[in-house]
Write a protein that binds this ligand. Sequence first.
Ligand SMILES: [Zn+2]
Length: 290
Amino acid sequence: MQPKQQQSRKIFGDLRLLSSMGRVRESILVILLLFPLLLHQSLSQVFEASKSTRFVEEEVRGNAPEIHCSRHRSRAAWQIIQDYLTPFVEREGYQISKNCRLHPDNDLYRDQELHKIHVDIFEWKCGYCKKSFTEEKFLDQHFVTRHYDLLNTTGTKCLADLCGALHCDFVLSSKKPKSKCNPAAIAKNRHLCESVANSCFPVSQGPSASRLHEHFLRQFCDAHTCTGRNKPFPRGGKKKSGVFYLAISILTLMLLPLFYLLVFLHQREKRSGTQELRRIKKAGKKTKPS
Ligand SMILES: [Zn+2]
């Protein structure tokens, strides 16, 4: 009679332990499933709210003259210079002359680009007239229609013309170009690249200019071959600390409490599990002698 009682008590105890473990596991699963959903919902709400409160786009097109210089590619070239050349030029304390095509004065769009105010993710402001836009492309369009008179189009000041030498396509296109290598085009880009190196960093101007000349050839010109062995910008550049890192840090901050909650639940589960086992063992010992 007694062994039977003891056995049934043990079974009940085990069942209770199992059900409490199951509950904890269930709640962890629910939290894990709900978290991305809640995150997505709250983020999209924030985005929608900011979208609806901002101006949308410039509707009127003025009589803007046609300019044969890509703003988009000029911006890419400028960014490449900023990322892969400027840090080295600053380290050398070198002053680029106005004869050099990389000088800021030789970028047609520099002044307009400097008059862009990025207030937040969905607000771009015109620095000339303070008008707001939801996207950068609308502000670009506004510059074209409203402030074209500020562009000094006399002379050749298009930074995008250096794109061949500076590998803009390498940066702009995420996919690798599969087209066959064109030796004539490669030779043209290499020639342009070397002429920029010569005019911007004349070796005769001292050790700093010589080092930068060498750096420019390695960083930009060596990759102009059909072998594909040399990649552009082998010496790296400025560390990218943009939206990606911000998103990662926000996500980490949000996941940290969840991690601690899981650790806490796991500890509690373990503690209650050992308590149950101790109780079962005690009960078993008490009944054994008889
Ligand atoms: Zn404006």
